[in-house]
Design a protein around this ligand. Structure first.
Ligand SMILES: [Zn+2]
Ligand SMILES: [Zn+2]
Ligand SMILES: [Zn+2]
Length: 342
């Protein structure tokens, strides 16, 4: 296990939080973890590998359920322990596929029942997660009951197992917990390809001036410091609502850039899009995209500038080992080689 860099603490004013146990420099990994359970988002079931989350058009299908897809035999083998039990339920329900939250909760239930792995090493456990059931509107509760019915249909005859769940973790409260505590797993292009439950992460609070960023590589979540964090300082992430708003904005801009790929983009529009709290992973991804466009248009010096800026951010937000950082570094060398030749 990696060195522990943070601990859980309770402040009277704000409740649970995470704070640094030592000084953490910008670009350092604060925490890295695999999900307790995760699932691929419905929109990506046909195009994302259910193990490494890589996207591709020619993935091989699980011969049993014909729903799970994999990029390699190795990925299929690795995913089997998590897929084994759901496979027969998915097969029975074909061609219907339950929504993400139902598939995710089913996976959590299988894991809780098998007790092969617990979340005891986490700073926060699923039992402790807030469900907000008490202060939920009737409308929302009704929605949860619908999901619960779907879950029961999905699990069919093995429903009786549900009575073996740990106290307090009945299906309704698990569905409520997942709704409040799971994270979207985004890929390098900021597409939300999956959704996962990372037990310690709901402790992370939000701030408009965050000191860390959340980056995914496959389904592994990594928190990296974007500025110096002092011992005992609270570790804070950007506001979730704001960041999903930014992602919407980026999706829009991506669509625009693709549509007008042979047109010089409006500089003011781009400047606006690039204005994020610095260094921000979305900004780096956008710079990479802009750099590729400039490269494609033969504007090599501008492309070199964009790739250099993207690289400088990603060194901190993604780290030098991340696939996306390597891609930027490759594009940058390509540009430099072409500039040398011109
Ligand atoms: Zn894979
Ligand atoms: Zn299967
Ligand atoms: Zn929040």
């Amino acid at each position: 296990m990696m060195a522990v860099n943070m601990e859980r603490f309770v402040s009277e004013a704000k409740g649970n939080g995470l704070r640094a146990l030592r000084e953490i420099k910008a670009g350092e990994v604060i925490h890295s973890c695999e999900p307790y359970a995760f699932c691929i988002a419905k929109d990506f079931l046909k195009t994302a590998c259910q193990s490494c989350l890589k996207r591709g058009e020619s993935l091989s299908r699980c011969s049993q359920c014909k729903t799970a897809r994999y990029c390699s035999a190795q990925c299929q083998k690795q995913a089997w322990p998590d897929h084994k039990r759901e496979c027969k339920y998915l097969k029975r329900l074909q061609p219907r596929i339950p929504t993400d939250s139902v598939r995710l909760v089913a996976r959590i239930i299988f894991k809780l029942l098998s007790q092969s792995e617990s979340d005891q090493e986490e700073l926060y456990s699923i039992v402790e997660h807030q469900s907000h059931l008490a202060d939920m509107s009737e409308e929302k509760k009704e929605g949860l009951r619908h999901l619960c019915t779907t879950l029961q249909v999905y699990l069919g005859e093995e429903n009786h197992d549900l009575s073996q769940l740990p106290p307090g973790l009945d299906p309704i409260s698990l569905l409520a917990r997942v709704t409040c505590n799971c994270f979207s797993i985004s890929d390098g292009e900021l597409q939300d390809v999956g959704v996962g439950l990372y037990p310690s992460m709901p402790l992370l609070t939000h701030d408009c001036q965050p000191n860390c960023v959340m980056i995914f590589e496959g389904k592994r979540l990594t928190l990296r410091a974007v500025r110096l964090i002092r011992p005992c300082e609270e570790v804070q992430h950007i506001k979730r609502r704001l960041s999903s708003f930014l992602i919407e904005l980026l999706k829009e801009s991506q669509a625009l850039l693709h549509r007008y790929t042979d047109v010089v983009p409006d500089r003011n529009a781009l400047t606006l899009l690039l204005y994020y709290s610095d260094p921000h992973p979305s900004r780096a991804v956008e710079l990479l995209r802009v750099g590729k466009l400039q490269h494609y248009q033969g504007r090599l010096e501008e492309a070199q500038g964009s790739f250099t800026q993207a690289y400088d951010i990603m060194k901190v937000t993604h780290g030098t080992a991340h696939a996306l950082t390597n891609e930027v570094s490759r594009k940058l060398s390509e540009c430099q080689a072409e500039l040398g030749r011109v």
